[in-house]
Ligand binder design. Structure first.
Ligand code: UTP
Length: 290
């Protein structure tokens, strides 16, 4: 069956970004001129996803409004002949987006469970709203290509520095069935650094079969007392194979302050409008601060 649907969980509390996230979802914080979630939606579109469900909590309205049309603004830009800006504004409305609210942020697993009716009986992808991925072929498309081969759930993983494994879900890899595609013995959420089975961490893209929902419905809270998607995937792996696909592109975790700053600088240094000024400014600033 073709993968057509994506779920973007964006209902977390974003505590690492307080007070900015008191009223605004962290997925709406902009990288240069686009909210983070727009990068994720663009990756979905490029991958051939047709329908997207955004799981929202607080700050829901700005997300909905961002992807809706704004007739007065569009007319104003038309009248003033600002066609480039008009194109940018119109681009955001060209996608089938649906919204559902997770009233209590009980964890990523609980957020994904909210998508049960939307997904129905189809395989689907989960794209975390605070993880931007860059590669020649979008990571979501890479997972969809794997699925065409295996017809099984496949998660994206990436090597991370060993001392950081306790922040992630980590896999205990078995053999590689194809280059970069692992069979997995176990999935462990936030292992202690000295107990982690590998340095291959689950990053923000998952392709899942609909059987994940029966696991989530009976999933007990795990690390951080939250319903962990990783724990449900570990149980799914006991009844049907779940693979891990190693991502070799660039990952930008914008869910914490330093990651957000690094991403803003790197994207700024590539942005045609600001790159020259930003690069000159950084050089000048580092001389000044020496
Ligand atoms: P994170 O753990 O990175 O997000 O969840 P958080 O909880 O918002 O952030 P901090 O740790 O408090 O700063 C990963 C993704 O899962 C979503 C988040 O919005 C984020 O995109 N999420 C998490 C939910 O949608 N619901 C939840 O209950 C938890």
């Amino acid at each position: 069956m073709k993968v057509r649907k994506a779920v973007i969980p964006a209902a977390g509390l974003g505590t690492r970004f307080l007070p900015a996230t008191k009223a605004l979802a962290k997925e709406m914080l902009p990288i240069i001129d686009k909210p983070t979630i727009q990068y994720i939606v663009e990756e979905a579109k490029k991958s051939g996803i047709e329908d997207i469900l955004v799981v929202t909590g607080k700050g829901k309205r700005p997300i909905e409004d961002h992807f809706d049309s704004v007739p007065e603004l569009e007319q104003n830009l038309k009248d003033k002949g600002k066609t480039e800006l008009l194109k940018l504004v119109e681009q955001t409305t060209d996608i089938n987006l649906y919204f559902i609210r997770q009233s209590h942020p009980r964890g990523l697993g609980d957020a994904v469970l909210m998508a049960k009716d939307f997904v129905g009986d189809e395989p689907f992808v989960v794209m975390l709203g605070d993880d931007i991925m860059k590669d020649k072929v979008p990571l979501t498309k890479q997972l969809m290509d794997r699925y065409d081969d295996t017809h099984a759930s496949t998660l994206a993983v990436m090597k991370v520095p060993h001392q950081e494994v306790n922040k992630y879900g980590v896999i205990d890899p078995a053999a590689q069935t194809k280059p970069g595609l692992y069979d997995v013995k176990r999935f462990v959420e936030k292992p202690a650094v000295d107990k982690a089975p590998s340095d291959l961490a689950i990053i923000g893209r998952y392709l899942l079969t609909p059987e994940i929902f029966s696991m989530l419905e009976t999933q007990k809270p795990g690390a951080g007392n939250e319903i962990q998607l990783t724990d449900a995937i570990d149980r799914l792996n006991k009844i049907q194979r779940v693979f891990a696909h190693e991502f070799k592109g660039d990952r930008f975790d914008v869910g914490y302050k330093f990651g957000y700053l690094k991403t803003s600088i790197e994207f700024g240094l590539r942005h045609p409008e600001v790159k020259d000024d930003l690069s000159a400014y950084i050089k000048e600033l580092s001389k000044k601060l020496k």
